[in-house]
Ligand binder design. Sequence first.
Ligand code: NAD
Length: 708
Amino acid sequence: TQTGNSTFTLTPQDNGIALLKIDVPNETMNVLKAEFAEQIQDILQQVKSDSSITGLVIYSGKSNSFVAGADISMLDKCETAEQAIEIAAGGQMIFNQLEQLPIPVVAAINGPCLGGGLELAMACHMRVCSDSNKTVLGLPEVQLGLLPGSGGTQRLPKLVGLQKSLDMMLTGKQLRAKQALKADLVSDVVPNSVLLDVAIKMAQNGKRKANRKVNFVEKALESNPWGRKIVFDQATKTVLAKTKGNYPAPLKIIDCIRTGYEKGITKGLAIEANNFGDLTQTPESKQLRNLFFATTEMKKEQGVAGVAPVKVNKVGVLGGGLMGGGIAYVSANNAKTPVRIKDINHTGISHALKYSFDILNKKVKRRFMSSSTMQKQLNMVTGTVDYSGFKDADLIIEAVYEDLALKQSMVADIEENCKDGIIFASNTSSLPINQIAAKAAKPENVIGLHYFSPVDKMPLAEIIAHEKTSDETISTTVAYAKRQGKTPIVVKDKAGFYVNRILAPYVNEAANILLAGEPIEKIDRALVKFGFPVGPIKLLDEVGIDIGAKISPILVAELGERFKAPDAFDKLIDDNRKGRKTKKGFYNYVGKKANGKDVDESVYSLLGIQPTSKLTAEEIHQRCVLLMVNEAVRCLDEGIIRNARDGDIGTIFGIGFPPFIGGPFRYLDSLGATTVVEKLTTYKEKYGDHFEPCAALVKMAETSQTCY
Ligand code: NAD
């Protein structure tokens, strides 16, 4: 007879093994909630008191997940660390009770088994998982500025060893089934069709797998306190180098693991709960959780509320260059749509095909993909130098040279050669979409779809609607960008759109600071310390100094003098110093120091500067970042972005704005508009009118308004 409640059902079987099914109602995936604690406890009590039950198998009633994590929204209700400590301690207690059951307990895992889900599985005595490619195991809490608070920091090292567990918990990386087997996190990988049967057998046999085979080096390092000290010290060093001290969670994780090794599991669990509680209250974790909620919310939204997208079954890509190659890859590989690429010559096509080949080949080499799957993927992308194979495409993504007349002729070609009503999405980075659509018979089908390079890695897509773009075109493009794995934000058709527009003043100010004599490393280090992945001068090298110089006049013409790039840029371009692509920029790409990390000192004499450091790192980052904030507020005020949330997501995903600060609008809220206006005004007096706080920001300060 079945017992339980809507989430947990216990079904004892004749063979003595009871099945415990987890199926959280009204949720697409299983997530653990605080109120389950009591329910699980009841079930465990029942299992204990029924002597006919000789083994327990825990499995999921959902086909898409074992348990994908814990519901983190409950943490927002915690006003103090103590309340969060209580939640962690509650989870620990339940999982301890599960572990202490006198009968064998097996977790049968299919689909994501993450965070609290893996902590649950690790409290079981054995784990088996399905070979589905949806099956992943991991403790991603660190990505939310948290740590696994229900015993994860104590149990994972015991199962997979110290070094592997550090790697998993400090990065949040997820293991696929085979990797989990290799790491000894599960003892078997089987097809999903027999998963439950195998788990039942394991529970019947009751035999736990022999302990992991530990190699000599691992043993030498992990089995004694001196060896472990080396491992912990190294991990701490790596963390600090990577996070610049901006993220508190990794160090707390190391603290928990160390305590467990040195003082035993009881102390380890106590520290784990305490550290977890403390982390929930840090601004870093709060911002990372906000970001998580924002992206989850965006996944559910349509481009235009109430307007359904049209299904895209095939896409055509125009131009097989750097961007076209990447767009073809994400379309075939992520969106699973056949792609037809048109270029003017075969070099362009083979270039695009090579883009996909290189990425997939790496996956095959790392054994993440079989050669036959790779072949199937590659077959989805084909090329042509005319419009053959374009008739049945539903969406065209254009990535030819940045030239208005050329792009207009592409629109005409597509209207002539493709089916009626086809959407034309341009990847232009600077041309107005309304001008690309100016000669179109159906301008309502023309839209901007702006990716960031490298397309397979950068998560943002800007979707640019001009005045005549139809709602259906917007919704369809948004839906398709999501299928490509992108997080799209819908923006207005004005110079620079959103991301490049707020990036320009930031980069220009870094250049101004350089021209005033501040050393390049000092500037880049200041912004990296602030939390950007690379500094602004390095970014110029990566993007191309000429690209920056090309966009600037467009921004000046439409938006004003504050976008004027320093004249000195011309000297760099005349010197063919365009950055990494010409192997000549602010950093060294040739000669002895060709690592792209050391500054090419000759740039100083070219610019007529003798670098000496006069400014504090704080002033450097403030000048750059506050100009970005000011411009972001203008964009919101002008309706370039739909809301502050989109503006924050766009900045984090498009430029790498520090996620733990939450984006320019979250940053503004945390500083307060009044403070930001004051700082901008001070800088205006010192450095010029481009620091003028915009009217919307001044109004925010006057009325004590916030963005959220
Ligand atoms: P690219 O020079 O690498 O590629 C352009 C390709 O278009 C070439 O293969 C060329 O042969 C092909 N082409 C030219 N005329 C054509 C025609 N009539 N029909 C078909 N193909 C034709 O350029 P890219 O860097 O890939 O940029 C493409 C577009 O994407 C530009 O509009 C650019 O502004 C935009 N963009 C670039 C980046 C970036 O970082 N490179 C980022 C965002 C947007």
